[in-house]
Design a protein around this ligand. Sequence first.
Ligand SMILES: [Zn+2]
Length: 277
Amino acid sequence: MPPDHDLTDVVDVNYLPLQGLQPGLRGQCWLVLFEGQVVLNDEVSGENFLWYSLDKFLLAIKQEAIVTGYLHDRAVGIVELSRLTVEAGTASVRALMSVSDSTVYSFLSHGLQILTSRKEYAFCGCCGHQTQEKAGEWAMVCVQCGHHAYPRISPCIIVLVTRGDEMLLVRHHRHGKESTMHTLVAGFVEPGESAEEAVHREVLEETGLTLGKLHYCFSQSWPFPHSLMMGFHGEYKAGELVLEEKELCFGGWFHRDNPPDLPPEFTIARKLLDFIR
Ligand SMILES: [Zn+2]
């Protein structure tokens, strides 16, 4: 049984997403992306992933810059380049997130998802015509039929299963044969399911186990590409471990004092493990 969780520990209101701004180069600083990587600023001033002018990039911007909100009292936005016109280092968003505080994490996650939604909904999913931004909201609206497409948020569950002092950890094929990282059972919530039902189903499908008590802990936005991870702690009830081998290459019980390689600290999987341990 986890301790009572104080939600004020994890609620972050320092990054304020903006709605209602018209597109344009009105931000005071910018997150610049090229081929999925963040272009690093060598004019170091504050965070080195923010640019204070877009002059160097204006000819190479793939689409309109989007002001997304306020970060540390500055208007900030996001742009994607069609080509890189300056010599600059790059970093993956995940790498930046791994060293960010929760405020910067929120900014990165929000900006990336807004950019993704602008690309995914450039054309109407109902009639195929072009869309345009809706003033005051993050929606894209079809110019022909008026269909509204809001940024997609995909609910996922992730669950730490415990049996006494033991934790259930798994390894996924998708992390590659070389990876030694052990993580938690996770999966998308399916249509018609509650988050709790999804936890019970995923644990049964992937491991053959059934759960007793289930506790919601906290959540994390995960912008690869648009998940909302809802973290749970479930107590083992019954069953023998039988892996779903299409997804998992390993699963086993580990004593909480003797864990194997775990996910990075900024991930919700690790936060759940640390929370319980
Ligand atoms: Zn349409």
